[in-house]
Design a protein around this ligand. Structure first.
Ligand code: ZN
Ligand code: ZN
Length: 160
C-alpha cells in the first residue's frame, strides 16, 4: 500500500482528522511517516495520503511531479530505529552472537539479518529456528524480548 485516496479514507474514518487517520494507518501497518498531498495543482483540498516506510519513499513524495503541496501529517521517525551501514557492520546476532559480514549489507546477499526496533539483531538461522512466531501456525518471527515482529535489516530503512 502506498498512496491512498483521502476522500474514501475520510468516509471510512468519520470524524477523524487527516492527522488522526495517518497515525492510525501508521500504527496498523508500521509506517514511519505519512504525507498528504494534492494530485493536481488546482485541487482545492488535499487528495491523497502517501504512506512511507523508508526515507527514500518519503523524499519521493516531496520530489514527485504528481504530488503538490506535500506535507507530513504523521512523523514517527524519532520513535524508530534507522538502519545505517555502521549499525549493520557492528551488529551481531542476539541469540548466537554470530557477527554480521560484508554480505549482510546487501539484501539477499547471502547473510541477511533481522532487527527489532529495540536494536537487537538476529541472524537468518536463528530467525528461522529460534524466534517465537506472531502466529504459531506460520507467522513471522518476533523479538523474544519485545514480542514485536522483527524486520529484515536493510540499510536505509526505519524499523518501528
Ligand atoms: Zn543467530
Ligand atoms: Zn526487541
Amino acid at each position: 500500500m502506498g498512496s491512498l485516496g483521502l476522500y474514501n479514507l475520510r468516509k471510512e474514518y468519520p470524524g477523524k482528522s487527516d492527522e488522526e487517520i495517518a497515525r492510525l494507518l501508521a500504527d496498523k501497518y508500521g509506517y514511519v511517516a505519512v504525507v498528504r498531498y494534492k494530485n493536481s495543482p488546482d485541487s482545492s483540498d488535499f487528495t491523497n495520503l502517501g504512506c512511507c516506510g523508508t526515507q527514500d519513499k518519503l523524499d519521493g513524495y516531496f520530489s514527485s511531479p504528481y504530488c503538490h503541496n506535500t506535507e507530513i501529517v504523521y512523523d514517527g521517525r524519532q520513535q524508530s530505529l534507522f538502519i545505517t551501514e555502521a549499525l549493520v557492520r557492528q551488529a551481531k546476532c542476539d541469540l548466537c552472537q554470530k557477527p554480521t559480514t560484508e554480505a549482510s549489507l546487501t539484501l539477499l546477499g547471502g547473510d541477511d539479518y533481522y532487527v527489532c526496533s529495540c536494536g537487537r539483531f538476529f541472524c537468518d538461522r536463528c530467525y528461522l529456528t529460534r524466534l517465537p512466531l506472531t502466529d504459531p501456525a506460520g507467522g513471522y518471527g518476533m523479538c523474544p524480548e519485545c514480542r514485536k515482529e522483527v524486520k529484515r535489516a536493510v540499510v536505509g530503512v526505519y524499523v518501528s
